[in-house]
Design a protein around this ligand. Structure first.
Ligand code: 3PG
Ligand code: MG
Length: 394
């Protein structure tokens, strides 16, 4: 599915409408606590500027109601951070696609950031009039919002549809995400191992099913393992489980056979606290009054061993409560073994991306995705309408 990128189109004198994902975490004082998504969009923006074009950036932030401005979800702090990172002025349009946006674009600023798309009801509805307003601002459409590629919001689908006949391309971030999450997975080097963690089996069903078809091992950790333990008739004490997903876990166990690797031992505690009473027990033998909080040490070293022998590794979801030592040990062991490996390693967004950053290994893996839901959807093998409709390389 090779798509044209921003490097494939003439940019001189052109206005480029770029859908970015500046959905960054903010603290209560509206300070950005992690600007990775903004930094990852810089190569595309810098390419546009270096080519003599102008960039009009649009994004959502959070999940506002779609009934107008909610000041705590304004994109103004993201626009300010972008200005600092680029080292040049960034104009901010307070109304998304209205008079202020048209004025800021007409004023000749090289970079304009529009206010949160989701303040307008048309964004989530995929509304044509709203899309036309945005489409009319530019000569070229560029999708560099990987974290939102699984969405069909107006800025992702209706806007590029309304710009048919003009160049519609991917940015460098989306191109790179597709290269890893789609292309590498389509033609993996074996052994190919997927390590899946996190709280819920229900979030990962599609991913487990799809990866069981292409991986040599699908390795399970996190609270999701306790639902599998329940499905095998084990005892899970007070662990976080999904009793209504036990049937499904049984189906996955049947489908997976020996490919599906479950923990042997569990590090549990009698409270969700670092100073709780702790013990390591065999998986499926968690006593009443205790809850599983991490994979046990034997499991951690087996998983690290599987990683060491793999040529392609996908990791999505922590093995335990990695924010709360000592229950970070399982996640840390997996992260360390991935960092030490020469395999192609892809870290799904969300918690595993946060974990690999926290442990300081982010630059020792092949790719850390900027998408949470989007990277899962891609690992499920789904196609994205937002990418499908963009121009292909001839
Ligand atoms: C994300 O953070 O997952 C993306 O920015 C998409 O946000 P959404 O889940 O609110 O659509
Ligand atoms: Mg999300």
């Amino acid at each position: 599915m090779p798509k044209k990128t921003i490097a494939d189109v003439p940019l001189s004198g052109k206005k480029v409408l770029v859908r970015v994902d500046f959905n960054v975490p903010l603290d209560s004082a509206q300070q950005i606590t992690d600007d990775r998504r903004i930094r990852m969009a810089l190569p595309t923006i810098e390419k546009i500027l270096a080519g003599g074009g102008r960039a009009i950036l649009m994004s959502h932030l959070g999940r506002p109601k779609g009934e107008g401005v909610e000041p705590n979800l304004s994109l103004r702090p993201a626009a300010e951070r972008l200005g600092e990172l680029l080292g040049q002025p960034v104009a901010f349009a307070a109304d998304t696609a209205g008079d202020d946006a048209r004025e800021k674009v007409a004023s000749g600023s090289n970079v304009v950031v529009l206010e949160n798309l989701r303040f307008q009801v048309g964004e989530k509805k995929g509304d044509a009039a709203f899309a036309d307003g945005l489409a009319g601002l530019a000569d070229i459409y560029c999708n560099d919002a990987f974290g939102t590629c699984h969405r069909t919001d107006a800025s992702m689908v209706a806007v590029p549809a309304a710009m048919e006949g003009k160049p519609r391309v991917v940015g460098f971030l989306v191109a790179r995400e597709i290269e890893y999450l789609d292309d590498v997975i389509a033609r993996p080097q074996h052994p190919f191992i997927a390590i899946l963690g996190g709280a819920k089996v229900s979030d990962k069903i599609g991913v487990i099913k799809n990866l069981l078809g292409i991986c040599d091992h699908v390795v399970i950790g996190g609270a999701m393992a306790y639902t599998f333990a329940l499905a095998q008739g084990g005892q899970v004490g007070d662990s976080l489980v999904e009793p209504d997903k036990v049937d499904l876990a049984q189906d996955l166990l049947k489908q997976g056979g020996e490919k599906l690797v479950l923990p042997f031992d569990t590090h549990c505690g009698d409270a969700f606290a670092p100073d709780c009473n702790k013990q390591v027990v065999p998986a499926g033998k968690i006593p009443e009054g205790f809850m599983g909080l991490d994979i046990g040490p034997r499991t951690a070293s087996h998983y690290a061993d599987l990683v060491t022998h793999a040529k392609t590794i996908v990791w999505n979801g922590p093995m335990g409560v990695f924010e709360m030592p000592p229950f970070d040990a399982g996640t840390r062991a997996v992260a360390e073994s991935i960092a030490a490996s020469d395999a192609v390693s892809i870290i799904g967004g969300g918690d595993s991306a946060a974990a690999i950053e926290q442990f300081g290994f982010a630059d020792q893996v092949s790719h850390v995705s900027t998408g949470g839901g989007a990277s899962l959807a891609m690992l499920e093998g789904k196609n994205f309408a937002a990418v499908e409709l963009l121009d292909r390389v001839d």
